[in-house]
Design a protein. Structure first.
Length: 193
């Protein structure tokens, strides 16, 4: 069953040079992310693991998914993303009029240690831009830096801020011009008409 799952990054490693890939505040290494989560709260991770097993077993028995909160406030038990800025950060991304079902199938947590973009990076033939945030408590910058270093055509750019900052406001205004410059440089500027 695990061989049927091909994370997007692994699939990109099989593409020829000429296709680009970029990621801001990336989840580069699920194992490192899990260790980071355990250091913050082992009981929180254990609770998510129990919920994940419950959901996975229920799926085998044909039951509806057992869900947990996707985001919560710092330390909120039962939320996958439970850092100081997770809840407010997610809300900043959503238009006020859009309902948000803050839930995810609990079994998602069981796949975390198997997502290892950093392991596939040496096979990546396309240019890779990795943008990390120095105060990212969800996806710390170290694994992102390792991802860029392991990729043959990897570039690393670091910024001040937390996980959600590249998506809105001042952080967005910082990362997007660098992404545009990267795309122009790696894909070539469009020909003048």
């Amino acid at each position: 069953m695990a061989s049927e799952r091909r994370p997007q990054f692994r699939a990109l490693a099989d593409r020829p040079l000429g296709v680009e890939f970029r990621g801001e505040a990336p989840l580069a290494d699920g194992r490192a992310a899990l260790v980071h989560m355990v250091k913050r709260s082992a009981t929180h991770v254990l609770g998510l693991g129990v919920a994940g097993v419950r959901d996975a077993l229920g799926a085998r028995l044909g039951r509806e998914p057992y869900t947990v909160k996707t985001v919560g406030r710092r330390g909120e038990q039962g939320a996958v993303l439970a850092t100081a800025d997770a809840y407010e950060g997610m809300l900043r991304l959503l238009p006020a009029e859009v309902p948000y079902d803050n839930e995810v199938s609990a079994r998602v947590i069981l796949s975390l240690p198997f997502f290892r973009a950093v392991a596939a990076a040496p096979r990546l033939t396309c240019p890779l831009l990795v943008q990390v945030m120095d105060h990212d408590d969800l996806t710390p910058p170290g694994p992102g830096a390792a991802l860029a270093a392991a990729a043959p055509h990897g570039e690393l750019l670091a910024y001040r801020g937390g996980h959600w900052d590249p998506y809105v406001g001042e952080g967005f205004d910082q990362v997007v011009p660098d992404q545009i410059a990267f795309l122009k440089r790696t894909l070539g500027a469009p020909a003048a008409r």
